[in-house]
Design a binder for this molecule. Sequence first.
Ligand SMILES: Cc1cc2nc3c(=O)[nH]c(=O)nc-3n(C[C@H](O)[C@H](O)[C@H](O)COP(=O)(O)O)c2cc1C
Length: 168
Amino acid sequence: MKEIFERRSIRKYTDEPISAEHEEKLLRAAMQAPSAGNEQPWEFIVVRNKETMEKMTEGHPYSTPLKGAALAMVVCGDVNKQKFNPYPYWVQDCSAAIQNLLLEAQHLGLGAVWMGVHPVKEREDELIRLFGLPEGIIPLAMLAFGHPAQTVDPIDRYLPERVHKEQW
Ligand SMILES: Cc1cc2nc3c(=O)[nH]c(=O)nc-3n(C[C@H](O)[C@H](O)[C@H](O)COP(=O)(O)O)c2cc1C
């Protein structure tokens, strides 16, 4: 619960690398997410190569955190793994996985930020081309990770007026 309330997007990182152990912990947390009918339609591209990260920024206008990241991920959905066609639950499944990544990063003392890709077609196409994604694999988001080089204060976003008891 502490991680939920203290997590903020971190966009500046030190040069310290992220260990293989932490990388696996992040991915284990991601794949522990709930999914519709337990379809688990996620696929993860892990990037440590700085040149590739630089290329990832080219098709996305709000992705500068990647320039200083120690590790990046592209979270993709595999539409072929959908159980409830034509309903695209993969977006919700993969979003739950992304939130787990952010919370695990917070737990490990790492900084992270979620950068949206799908449903912006141009951003999707850039990543499909860059990583040679097969048919039916759709990039939902990019994430940048690193040891934090900034602190961002926790913020209370609770709005009681957004709660509708029994009826709207
Ligand atoms: C679907 C989605 C897309 C986002 N895209 C970007 C992005 O492209 N670039 C970025 O720097 N942050 C992006 N963010 C992070 C948000 O800006 C951030 O979560 C929001 O401002 C709240 O701040 P916090 O994460 O510090 O609590 C995205 C977040 C979500 C959930």
